[in-house]
Design a protein around this ligand. Sequence first.
Ligand SMILES: CC(C)(COP(=O)(O)OP(=O)(O)OC[C@H]1O[C@@H](n2cnc3c(N)ncnc32)[C@H](O)[C@@H]1OP(=O)(O)O)[C@@H](O)C(=O)NCCC(=O)NCCS
Length: 159
Amino acid sequence: MSGAISRQSAAAMRLRRATVDDALRLFSWRNDPVTRGASRDSRVIEWPDHLQWLKTVLADPAKQVLIAEIGGAPIGTVRLEERGEATEMSWIVAPGQRRAGLGKEMVRLATSQERRRLQAVIRADNLPSIAVARAAGLVLLHSDGDWLLFGSTSRDCPK
Ligand SMILES: CC(C)(COP(=O)(O)OP(=O)(O)OC[C@H]1O[C@@H](n2cnc3c(N)ncnc32)[C@H](O)[C@@H]1OP(=O)(O)O)[C@@H](O)C(=O)NCCC(=O)NCCS
């Protein structure tokens, strides 16, 4: 894909399930230095480990990897993982597509499709990600200094 996608086209965003064919793009987005700096594990991920991780996640019904697309062009990813009664979310916008409002739109879309209670752990200095979480309706639930826990407060939880 060439060039940045405009803020206006965010309305045409769609989410689809990732497949193993997305392995390379997810690998490059995850190893981007800004993404690594925002992650709990900031080490460079090796390709075999990434591929094994993706295959395991795709086979796990408690986990989802979504790809956000605009006009068929992948622009980012949202990961969802069931943890007890909540679903933990994390997200990445492709490095070349940042600062155009797409992160906010992508996470808003993902949260609107999820009925379980949501939570996201965000580094306290990750201001873009905090703005994305707030725009999706998540509120600050807990802080331990370096890390913040954001979550939804009014979702139905399956029994
Ligand atoms: C966090 C991330 C998803 C934000 O995506 P994005 O598409 O760039 O975000 P948006 O354009 O929707 O902008 C969200 C807000 O952050 C601000 N912002 C975005 N990038 C910024 C930057 N580098 N510096 C300062 N502010 C920034 C935007 O201006 C906007 O602020 P506003 O609410 O005042 O308008 C993206 O930066 C990213 O993928 N980072 C690496 C991975 C990551 O941090 N994931 C989250 C882990 S919890």
